[in-house]
Design a protein around this ligand. Structure first.
Ligand code: NAP
Length: 254
């Protein structure tokens, strides 16, 4: 839903906005009337490409390199958003990693640590700062969307049970924080995608994974990033004004 034109434009922080679901979300939110702080960790070229698409859609966009697992980086991300764009009204907690595919018995400790630090500690640091900003004096609330995964309930045996565990934690974070922040007018929801066609599968060692998984998906195909972005945009929009504490599955029926 497009943002009403007689109100200030929402200012939304999207972590991992350079590529994949985050990039599609930035472009979709720009079309819906948001100004954007686009966070990324390494791929500056991808961040600038997405930022150009956001600006072409008529939105303001600032890119910031920030590792969401590092407290000082998260603080700088939100400080920059407020200074450059105005008070932050939305957060899409999207930056995530899986590490290599495989059984837990074969996983390296450094990969487990990285997945927990980015997917869980990073989400907590971003949610904490968003809660402080959105519930501060003179503020009238906001909305947070956390990227979970269908893996949170499927468990992802043989692939990445550690990643699935961080996504189940995301669901618990979403439910608990929605209850903490509801009285301040802040809605907190999650989107749980199934297998979506992004770079993430190549990064975990199997670029053909989305195509190979199609037969096990009731809708018969992997999802597109834009199909997840649509759900995120709805949860941030006034159309979702009475929706909080929910995990919206976008998985083709899986
Ligand atoms: P992706 O294509 O691999 O992109 C990952 C994004 O996260 C990139 O923008 C990357 O930045 C950023 N990032 C990674 N580590 C970061 C860190 N420490 N700090 C800040 N940014 C960081 O991933 P995706 O498939 O779009 O996934 C996005 C979210 O959806 C994740 O939370 C993922 O778990 C979830 N999800 C994905 C799928 C799927 O099938 N794709 C399914 C379920 C859930 P750079 O470009 O700078 O590297």
């Amino acid at each position: 839903m497009e943002h009403p034109t007689n109100q200030p434009r929402p200012v939304t922080v999207v972590t991992g906005g350079s590529r994949g679901i985050g990039a599609a979300t930035c472009v979709r939110l720009a079309r819906d009337g948001h100004d954007l702080l686009l966070g990324y960790v390494a791929d500056a070229d991808a961040a600038e490409r997405t930022a150009a698409a956001v600006r072409a859609a008529g939105a303001r966009c600032v890119t910031v390199r920030a590792d969401t697992s590092v407290e000082a980086d998260v603080e700088r991300l939100f400080d920059t958003a407020a200074a450059a764009l105005g008070p932050v009204t939305g957060l899409v907690n999207n930056a995530g990693v899986t590490g290599p595919l495989g059984k837990l018995a074969d996983a390296r400790t450094e990969d487990l640590r990285r997945v927990v630090e980015v997917n869980l500690l990073g989400y907590l640091l971003c949610c904490r700062r968003a809660a402080r900003d959105m519930a501060g004096p003179g503020r009238s609330g906001g909305a947070i969307v956390n990227l979970s995964s269908a893996a949170a309930t499927l468990g992802a045996p043989g692939d990445y049970v550690h990643y699935a565990a961080t996504k189940a934690a995301t669901d618990a974070l979403t439910i608990g924080l929605s209850k903490e922040l509801g009285p301040a007018g802040i809605r907190v929801n999650a989107v749980a995608p199934g297998i979506i066609d992004t770079d993430m599968h190549a990064a975990m060692g199997d670029p053909d994974r989305p195509a190979k998984a199609a037969a096990a998906i009731p809708l018969g195909r992997p999802g597109e990033p834009s199909e997840v972005a649509a759900a995120i945009a709805w949860l941030l929009s006034p159309d979702a004004s009475y929706t909080t504490g929910t995990v919206l599955r976008v998985s083709g029926g899986r």
